[in-house]
Design a protein. Structure first.
Length: 48
């Protein structure tokens, strides 16, 4: 127990964020991604 108290008192922590790793925990909104079928799309058979 003494060792853990000493370690906590002598430790320096620097918070950091890993950009790609932390995105899995972010909340997504409906408008964050494009629609699967865009507005105005009428005939999917003619695409491609």
């Amino acid at each position: 127990d003494f060792l853990s108290e000493w370690v906590l008192e002598e430790s320096i922590t620097i918070p950091c964020v890993m950009p790609r790793k932390s995105t899995t925990f972010l909340r997504r909104d409906y408008y964050d991604r494009p629609k699967v079928i865009p507005d105005g799309m009428r005939n999917m058979a003619m695409v491609g």
